[in-house]
Design a protein. Structure first.
Length: 322
């Protein structure tokens, strides 16, 4: 997402994004970041343990298999930050190893205050580790983390869960370039990316049999109702996951089951939704293995190492800022 300079641009609010995304004659959209309020963050933690959602287990397997080796070789005084940390349960596999060899500062960055609270609980028993949560969006949070870092050592930045796939390909590269501008030469970025696989597996990952992902998706409408005075009837929307072959992305939609008039008082918004019309809430782009090297190079990084999971097509790449 583009960084904001407060003195030059006004803060964009939930209501602003709602008006921009829903008052259109084309595809109605909501930024995926609004899926992650307290309820949404809790539901996403459940999604991560579902059988159908192989991403988190693949990320964890790669960390468990390889992190002890490469983390133990990190330079002295390395500090760690994580973009979109959530509970940082997987990150424990890195932090435990690093904190065994040196006092370690960790800066989880997340727009969900509830996720940061859970993160501090999850990691609070690790000796030699100081957790300082940053309740901010990615780039402002990273900027603050870089100002707090120890001058003696590098920063290890984690971007796990294939969250890079929530950006379209052009925006994703621009984002990584912005990240690189905030880092120093020699800083490290551990980037995970979900790879292209069968359509059936991808659809199940985003439309599980138990309906947890559907509840997660619909919760954004409930959030609008709670925070902005909306009148969405969640029972009149169906969750849909779609594979866009040409764009190589999974799309999450909320499809209206009948004609309706939606009003959102605090956003001064009224729209007409027709039966079958959808609100797109998330894109999740999938990658080919070779893409990661090229994206890294164009963004100012070089790829030191890359690991692939054998059970679920998924990669982790350790990049170094050039």
């Amino acid at each position: 997402m583009p960084d904001m300079i407060p003195e030059q641009q006004p803060t964009i609010t939930f209501a602003d994004d709602l008006r921009a995304g829903l008052m259109t004659s084309g595809q109605r959209v909501l930024p995926s970041k609004y899926l992650y309020d307290e309820v949404g963050s809790a539901l996403f933690e459940v999604i991560c343990v579902l059988h159908e959602y192989g991403l988190t287990r693949a990320d964890t397997r790669l960390l468990r298999s390889h992190a002890p080796s490469w983390v133990s070789q990190l330079p002295p005084h390395t500090c760690v930050a994580e973009l979109g940390s959530g509970s940082s349960k997987k990150t424990r596999l890195i932090l435990e190893v690093l904190a065994q060899k040196q006092p370690t500062a960790f800066y989880p960055i997340d727009i969900s205050a509830a996720a940061l609270t859970q993160c501090e609980r999850e990691l609070g028993d690790i000796p030699n580790l100081v957790v300082s949560g940053l309740h901010k969006e990615y780039l402002p949070g990273l900027r603050e983390a870089t100002t707090r870092r120890q001058a003696k050592g590098p920063l290890l930045l984690l971007f796990l869960g294939s969250t890079i796939g929530n950006f379209d390909r052009t925006a994703g590269e621009k984002f990584l370039i912005s990240v690189r501008e905030l880092l120093s030469p020699g800083d490290l970025l551990l980037l995970s990316a979900d790879l292209v696989k069968s359509e059936a597996d991808l659809i199940l990952a985003y439309d599980d049999v138990a309906g947890v992902t559907a509840a997660f998706n619909k919760n954004v409408l409930a959030r609008i109702n709670r925070e902005l005075g909306g009148n969405f009837d969640l029972s009149l929307f169906a969750h849909e996951a779609r594979w866009n072959t040409q764009a190589r992305r999974v799309e999450m939609h909320l499809r209206a089951l009948e004609d309706m008039t939606i009003t959102v008082q605090k956003a001064q918004l009224q729209i007409e939704l027709r039966a079958g019309e959808t609100i797109k809430t998330e894109d999740s782009y999938k990658f080919e293995r070779e893409e990661i090297h090229a994206i890294a190079q164009r963004s100012g990084f070089s790829c030191q190492q890359q690991w692939l999971d054998e059970e679920w097509a998924f990669s982790q790449s350790l990049l170094i800022a050039c």
